[in-house]
Design a protein around this ligand. Structure first.
Ligand code: NAD
Ligand code: 0WE
Length: 265
């Protein structure tokens, strides 16, 4: 079966073959989609172009989401190649380093707060607004990436937790705004995965091991598993789902933290 046959999907956030967006591209390709990619700046152009070619895509568009002109230009670029857009994958998150380690209060500054929310949250409605004419009344689907740190305290996640909480709320507000244009908007709350964005995080391996100890499936989630859920949310199989955040985290967020040996007392 090809659940995304002939669907045209724009994928942001691919920077390596370990990116969550890379796993999403793989699943969407397997389900028959045509793909287009964005890259954050010239430094990444050649590597994203190489990845795009792997997915038989010739559409690679610069889009640093801190630049309104580049977000606006997305519409020009996409509409010059495709008449419409069936899917949008938002897989972008960033906060200044000092805001995602140590004490929450020590990393909070007005500037850090603005940067984290600008890049990790505002970018979703901004890109949606730019591409809306291409997505309206086509049963299009938009997905974004979140993390359990939006809902509960996760040591060091700090300012990104606030940003993800705002991002998850934007999913619900976008879903209501766009329902009458037959556009669905959902989020995937992924378990921790060793990607480039994760590589700079202190003791990331402790986080991965903690999930392995307490999550029901006693392992970590993979970008392939995130990709499969993304393909489902981008396809008509999920036609009744919008404004939803689906946890794809091997059950981690469903437990209070039961140790491996199950000897609770
Ligand atoms: N890795 C995890 O453990 C994990 C878990 C849950 C959610 N997430 C979220 O998944 C998404 C993808 O992250 P990832 O883990 O695949 O890491 P990644 O480093 O592979 O991807 C992050 C992407 O964000 C892009 N980006 C950063 N600043 C940008 C800007 N100004 N303009 C445009 N793009 C910009 C980078 O270019 C990169 O492609 C992020 O939203 C992240 O918060 C990650
Ligand atoms: C999990 C987990 C992640 C992965 N994840 C869910 C993320 O959302 C990563 C987001 C992220 C945002 N901004 C930056 C970085 C990563 C590293 C490089 C940088 O300078 N800024 O990040 C954490 C940070 C602290 C604690 C846990 C985690």
């Amino acid at each position: 079966m090809c659940f995304l046959k002939n669907k045209k999907i724009l994928i942001t956030g691919v920077i390596s073959n370990r990116s969550i967006a890379y796993g999403i591209a793989e699943s969407c390709k397997k389900q028959g989609a045509d793909l287009a990619f964005t890259y954050a700046n010239e430094r990444f152009k050649s590597r994203v172009k190489d990845i795009a070619e792997k997915f038989h895509s010739k559409i690679c568009i610069p889009c640093d989401v801190s630049d309104d002109n580049q977000i606006k230009n997305l519409f020009e670029e996409i509409s010059s190649k495709w008449e419409h857009l069936d899917g949008l994958v938002h897989s972008i998150g960033f906060a200044p380093k000092e805001a995602i380690s140590g004490k929450f209060l020590s990393g909070i500054t007005r500037e850090n707060f603005a940067i984290a929310h600008d890049i990790s949250v505002y970018s979703l409605p901004a890109i949606t607004k730019s591409l809306l004419p291409l997505m309206s009344n086509r049963k299009s689907s938009i997905i974004t990436m979140s993390y359990v740190g939006a809902e509960k305290y996760v040591p060091n996640y700090n300012l990104m937790g606030l940003a993800k909480a705002s991002l998850e709320s934007s999913v619900r507000y976008l879903a209501s705004d766009l329902g009458d244009l037959n556009i669905r908007v959902n989020g995937i709350s992924s378990g921790p995965i060793k990607t480039l964005a994760a590589s700079g995080i202190k003791d990331f391996s402790n986080i991965l091991n903690f999930v392995k100890d307490v999550a029901p499936l006693k392992r970590n989630v993979t970008i392939e598993e995130i990709g499969n859920t993304a393909a489902f949310l981008l396809s008509d199989l999920s036609s009744g789902i919008t404004g939803e955040i689906i946890h794809v985290d091997v059950g981690f967020s469903s437990v209070v933290g039961i140790p491996k040996n199950n000897n609770i007392i």
